[in-house]
Design a protein around this ligand. Structure first.
Ligand SMILES: Cc1ncc(COP(=O)(O)O)c(C=O)c1O
Length: 348
């Protein structure tokens, strides 16, 4: 039975072109700044995102951590959306390692609006930590892959800057946002001080993320990357796949978005499952179960049918499309979901 893996776009494997580029990559010691392929990836990423410099790091989690360490001092306050990956899924690293005080702000479908930023930033007072940084996430994972426009991003950044905060963008899937909105990715982060994106998700490269920002910020981030053990030696071997990812994998994300919509529209017609179709904008589908079935039960049954998904709550399931999921896979997945729900309804 062929498995249809909708757990995450992180399951994508490198293309043949990536594997060839990895085998041929010119390499050097990147801790000494001598790996030409890492430099090529960092330069290309900086051009595409409109920032001065880039820094290749092993993971998105490390990129966010190093960004927070570079923008803050220990004890500072960091405004972060309450369901943001940085707050929800990164093992508490920004407090455990960076030593900052996260201030979780419940966003509006993942977006922290200017008025919320203004309300959250408190005037200087001996009792308060110093508010130093705003973290935004685009696309927002737990909100269902929602992309935020350049205007929304600008508005949040301007307000944060007026309040004396720097802005870091977790753009793990910034290219999904750019493709969905039909704009260059750089537009979405033009007002931010730093951004990171992952080559290891929908872009299909095996490993890595790039952190981008101004020259001084990246110099500092390079030191923090070393501090947390992210200095890699002949990293060009993996960066080579990232270069291919940026050159060849961005435009095709539109296929993943079309497949997510097809999946969402199909699932929405299978009660007691429900999907808010207005939220399906990129490659994610959040399914709500209205009724007695729980997400883990449905996921376990679906697994027996060869369809893999992840729970995001007791009665919510996330399905993610990516390069290994075809339109035909979506139709098969929908058949399996229909069968599963029908069987479970009769058992109950
Ligand atoms: C929005 C977002 N940020 C950061 C990360 C962390 O990336 P990594 O798994 O490479 O640490 C992820 C991973 O899924 C993510 O979805």
């Amino acid at each position: 039975m062929a498995v249809i893996d909708l757990r995450s776009d992180t399951v994508t494997e490198p293309t043949d072109e990536m594997r060839e580029a990895m085998a041929r990559a010119k390499v050097g010691d990147d801790v000494l700044g001598e790996d030409p392929t890492v430099r090529e990836l960092e330069t290309l990423a900086a051009e595409m995102l409109g920032k001065e410099r880039g820094l290749f790091v092993p993971s998105g989690t490390m990129a966010n951590l190093v960004a927070v360490m570079s923008h803050t001092q220990r004890g500072d306050e960091v405004l972060v959306e309450a369901e943001a990956h940085t707050y929800y899924y990164e093992v508490g690293s920004i407090s455990a390692v960076a030593g900052v005080m996260p201030r979780p702000i419940p966003g509006r479908l993942g977006y922290i609006a200017p008025d919320q930023i203004r309300d959250a930033v408190r005037p200087p007072n001996v009792h308060f930590p110093i508010p130093r940084l705003l973290c935004l996430e685009n696309t927002h994972n737990r909100a269902g892959g929602i992309p935020f426009s350049a205007q929304e991003m600008d508005a949040a950044c301007v307000t944060a800057h007026e309040a004396g905060l720097a802005v870091h963008v977790d753009g793990a899937r910034i290219f999904n946002a750019a493709v969905a909105l039909g704009v260059p990715a750089g537009q979405l982060v033009r007002s931010a001080d730093s951004v990171m994106f992952c080559v290891s998700k929908g872009l299909s490269a095996p490993v890595g993320s790039v952190l981008l920002g101004g020259t001084d910020f990246i110099e500092l981030a390079r030191r923090f990357r070393k501090m947390v053990g992210g200095g890699m030696r002949q990293a060009g071997v993996i960066a080579a796949a990232g270069v291919v990812a940026l050159r060849t994998m961005v435009a095709r994300l539109a296929d993943d978005h079309a497949n997510a919509r097809r999946l969402a529209e199909g699932v929405a017609r299978i009660p007691p499952l429900a999907v808010d179709l207005s939220r399906v904008r990129t490659n994610m589908v959040l399914v709500t179960i209205n009724g007695p079935l729980t997400a883990p039960e449905v996921i376990e049954r679906l697994k027996r049918e060869g369809v893999l998904a992840l729970p995001t709550g007791a009665s919510t399931i996330r399905m993610v499309t990516h390069r290994h999921i075809s339109g035909q896979n979506i139709d098969h997945a929908l058949d399996a979901i229909r069968r599963t729900v029908a069987t479970m309804a009769t058992i109950r």
